[in-house]
Design a protein around this ligand. Structure first.
Ligand SMILES: [Zn+2]
Length: 306
């Protein structure tokens, strides 16, 4: 099993693991982009499986993943024991990449000011107002993936820089209208009612898996569910085992540079009201993202609503 780590130690290890796995030497074949366009499920099949994704979140890791997890666990242990050396080595490699313009040339303005729209809190206690709307735009390379138009460049840049670093990511889900959220929630509720739960209890059960309409950050347009292309084509699912991939390590180490945070960290369930989701990233703007990620905070804590 993974050693118990503090959040900062885990983040440090994530940085090291990300650098080692994604930038390290010649042997990065395991994290090289694969034929994602042909193996990743089409948008329409993903739609039909979206409730399945929710259903299967707790279904546990497959044998294949157990193997991958134990490999990843070894890699983590190594990364942790070697942390400081590897960190400075990785930093100089990162600097070299930045100097060569690989990562920073077209990075969106890191100086994006913290602003009210980007820090808007949406959770079970703070639903979006009735009639909420947001201007979204499509993310190229995907069908039916829209994101808040003000933050879409940042998302695109993060995805393309990750790919350039050998960590090809896959955007599973982005903006979801309140109407779509309502449909998902109703479908889940009905499934529980078919199991014999009365409506109110069925809704309570459904809310454990699908956010109530207006309470999901996906309704806001600033949340993205991201895994690796390889992961999604072989798992077709979102599970916490994703944390043991170099792709997660890359995201944990770099998302703040693009204004994103890991929105539902492990151990913060009592604050966020949501179980650990290593795939869910929320745009908050670069300054807030750095403060949140570096200090192991949640958005609730950062905006002072806990
Ligand atoms: Zn999500």
């Amino acid at each position: 099993m993974l050693p118990k780590l503090t959040w900062s130690a885990a983040l440090l290890a994530a940085c090291v693991f990300a650098f080692t796995a994604c930038f390290g030497g010649g042997d990065s074949s395991s994290s090289k982009p694969s034929s994602a366009s042909s193996t990743v499920p089409s948008s329409s099949s993903m739609h039909s499986s979206s409730s399945g994704v929710m259903d299967k979140v707790e279904s546990g890791a497959s044998d294949v993943m157990s193997g991958a997890m134990s490999d990843a666990s070894d890699a983590w242990s190594e990364a942790v024991s070697d942390a400081s050396d590897a960190m400075s080595d990785a930093r100089s490699r990162l600097n070299a990449r930045e100097e060569s313009g690989v990562m920073s040339e077209s990075r969106p303005a890191a100086a994006e000011a913290e602003s009210s729209w980007a820090l808007r809190l949406v959770n079970a206690e703070s639903p979006l107002p009735e009639g909420f709307s947001v201007e979204t735009r499509a993310i190229p390379g995907y069908e039916n993936r829209e994101f808040d138009a003000r933050a879409a460049d940042a998302l695109e840049q993060m995805l393309s820089d990750a790919e350039a670093a050998g960590c090809k990511l896959y955007l599973v889900s982005a903006y979801r209208s309140v109407a779509r959220q309502d449909a998902l929630f109703r479908r889940k509720t009905e499934a529980f009612m078919e199991e014999g739960f009365p409506r109110e209890e069925a809704e309570r059960q459904a809310a454990r898996y699908v956010a109530r309409p207006g309470t999901s950050e996906h309704n806001l347009g600033l949340a993205a569910d991201i895994v690796s292309a390889d992961w999604y084509s072989s798992n077709n699912d979102l599970t916490t085992a994703f944390e043991d991939t170099p792709h997660f390590a890359w995201l944990a180490a770099h998302c703040a540079d693009y204004g994103f945070i890991l929105r539902y960290p492990e151990g913060k369930e009592a604050v966020t009201g949501v179980t650990y989701e290593p795939w869910h990233y929320r745009y908050v703007g670069a300054d807030a993202a750095r403060a949140i990620m570096e200090n192991g905070l949640t958005l609730e804590e950062y905006v002072g609503k806990t």
